[in-house]
Design a protein around this ligand. Structure first.
Ligand code: SF4
Ligand code: SF4
Length: 210
């Protein structure tokens, strides 16, 4: 079946009614739930800065196409997300990462644009309701967040290409610099995230032009 791509303002059958006791997609996810800088900002806003979460083991680092990125850590014993409570609820629901918000949708990037699509058969709840994609994501302003995700995707691709060309010592240094810039260095949580993100990407791109 051909994948149907949808837009931010389209309706999609994604609303699983607060999961109703299911926590299937919070378990056995390995290192696949990658975080982005907006997630880091949200964690910091809730007084859980990433350096602390890395230290206590609820977040870990992985290498994605040569780039070091943080991800939600599954518990060694249960293989459940570190933020899943014993009664099977997300303990950080209001600031859960973007990938958690998105499920059971996926993102498609092509021709400099980003669309969404429903991951058929991914969600256990078969009686989901229709909801607007923007409402399902629940981040305002929805357009700015959408643009940020697209920009982070493009920026990561640029960095992956640069990392692929460098010597081992250089790539290590750049990786640590990127990790520090986007995930470990504090954001001004009283200020606009999207402006701060734009400043940080501009600073790194300028450094490569020098
Ligand atoms: S599989 Fe669907 S219903 Fe179950 S936790 Fe995930 S999103 Fe919720
Ligand atoms: S952060 Fe919450 S929603 Fe995301 S995987 Fe963990 S428990 Fe599930």
């Amino acid at each position: 079946m051909e994948t149907k791509f949808i837009h931010l303002n389209d309706l999609v059958r994604a609303d699983c009614h607060d999961c109703q006791g299911c926590s299937a997609c919070c378990r056995e996810m390995g290192d696949s739930i990658l975080l982005d800088p907006y997630d880091a900002y949200q964690f910091q806003r809730k007084e859980k800065p990433l350096p602390v979460l890395l230290e206590n083991g609820s977040i870990a680092l992985t290498v994605w196409e040569g780039m070091i990125l943080p991800h939600l850590q599954m518990k060694e014993t249960t293989h459940a997300c570190s933020f899943l409570s014993t009664d099977g609820r997300c303990s950080i629901h209001d600031h859960r990462p973007g990938i958690c918000r998105l499920f059971p949708l996926g993102r498609n990037f092509s021709d400099g644009k980003m669309n969404y699509f429903l991951l058929e058969n991914a969600c256990q709840n078969k009686s989901r309701s229709k909801i607007k994609v923007s409402k399902w994501l629940g981040i305002e302003p929805a357009g700015a967040y959408h643009n940020f995700v697209l920009e982070w995707h493009d920026f990561r691709r640029e960095m992956v290409n640069i990392l692929a060309e460098g010597e081992e010592a250089q790539t290590k240094q750049l990786n640590l610099y990127l990790l520090q810039t986007f995930f470990l260095a504090p954001y001004d949580t009283t200020g606009d995230f999207f402006a701060q993100f734009a400043q940080r990407t501009a600073r790194i791109r300028a450094a490569f032009r020098e």
